[in-house]
Write a protein that binds this ligand. Structure first.
Ligand SMILES: [Zn+2]
Length: 56
């Protein structure tokens, strides 16, 4: 799998899911980071960590 790192914006063949962005129109988006950047990113909520809730 190849993904674009959300921090250094480079392609990585070993992406780490760091954040899931829920979108009201369409499927959510999972952001990936390369292994080098992952430790430097503050972990955000992932898909399986988000409970259905109302947010203003
Ligand atoms: Zn990176």
């Amino acid at each position: 799998m190849i993904a674009i790192c959300c921090r250094c914006v480079r392609e990585t063949t070993a992406p780490v899911a760091v954040r899931y962005i829920d979108r009201t129109s369409g499927p959510g988006v999972t952001l990936h980071a390369c292994p080098d950047c992952a430790p430097h990113l503050i972990p955000g909520p992932l898909l399986w960590e988000i409970a259905p809730s109302q947010r203003g």
